[in-house]
Ligand binder design. Structure first.
Ligand SMILES: Nc1ncnc2c1ncn2[C@@H]1O[C@H](COP(=O)(O)OP(=O)(O)OP(=O)(O)O)[C@@H](O)[C@H]1O
Ligand SMILES: [Mg+2]
Length: 258
């Protein structure tokens, strides 16, 4: 049973690949309008968690409900209401940007007469206007990332799952995407946002779940995490170090800060 009012509720989620415990008994929940950062170094289990939420990977154990719909029971129902940008979006590069967005609109059964008004604001806001009739194969990595984000938003998802969505974006494009995320969240759309960059988590996310070796070590607002770590007034970097145990972690923190 899922808890009413929660946009996402994952309980006791685990997934192994052979001997590797990619995700180890985690709980996650989100409610409307919040941006939850899944923060952890490479290999900590962020993408695996997101793929299970989408129903792309089957958990070994645990349950996931999105807006009350259980992923294991109704994976298509969940895909209908989630917007997902994978770590490395696979686009049909022989299509133009607009043809691709039209194809995605077909998949989500968006009425033809509504498409222009849905697509246009994203082309404007993400500065893709003027490139929509060019082949995707000629797009830069950042433009591909922005088309993938637009494609994920066209069906007006009730929840967004963004896997390292700022990867490959220059500072200006990253700001456009961050601003779009903040606007969508302020309009009520919760966003699960994975990152291995501390500054992004700190700047964008209302709450942060610190993921490490498949486990969530701490979860809360940055202020709460400071409390948990007993480090009021400290940076997220110091909190991360404390929570993950101050062993030989300086290299990981350096990576998270780069
Ligand atoms: N299909 C797979 N087959 C085998 N092992 C996998 C597979 N997918 C993930 N893993 C392993 O599971 C662990 C978690 O991987 P995952 O991709 O979820 O990490 P991540 O936090 O997203 O990392 P990154 O920051 O590099 O994207 C890693 O040890 C990875 O090697
Ligand atoms: Mg990943």
């Amino acid at each position: 049973m899922s808890t009413p009012g929660l946009a996402l509720e994952a309980k006791s989620l685990s997934k192994s690949f052979g001997q590797i415990k990619a995700v180890n008994n985690i709980d996650l929940s989100m409610s409307g309008g919040e941006i939850l950062g899944l923060l952890g170094p490479n290999g900590s289990g962020k993408t695996t968690t997101m793929k299970m939420i989408l129903g792309i990977l089957k958990p070994d154990s645990g349950t996931i409900a999105v807006e009350g719909i259980e992923v294991q029971k109704d994976p298509v129902g969940v895909k209908r209401i989630v917007g997902y940008v994978p770590e490395t979006p696979q686009l049909y590069e022989f299509l133009t940007g607009l043809e691709y967005l039209d194809f995605i609109s077909d998949m989500y059964e968006i009425p033809v007469e509504e498409r222009k008004e849905r697509i246009s604001p994203f082309l404007d806001g993400l500065e893709l206007k003027g490139h929509e009739n060019e082949l995707i194969s000629g797009y830069s990595q950042g433009m591909k990332q922005k088309i993938a984000l637009t494609a994920a938003l066209l069906h007006r998802p009730r929840i967004l799952v963004l896997d390292e969505a700022l990867n490959g974006l220059d500072p200006r494009s990253a700001k456009l995407v961050k601003d779009l995320c903040k606007r969508l969240a302020s309009e009520g759309t919760p966003i699960l946002f994975s990152t291995h960059v501390l500054e992004i988590a700190e700047a964008l996310c209302d709450k942060v779940a610190i993921m490490y070796h498949g486990s969530i070590l701490a979860n809360g607002t940055i202020a709460e995490l400071r409390q948990t770590a007993g480090l009021p007034g400290s940076t997220l970097e110091e909190v991360f170090l404390k929570i993950t145990g101050t062993g030989d972690l300086s290299e990981i923190v350096r990576e998270l800060s780069s």
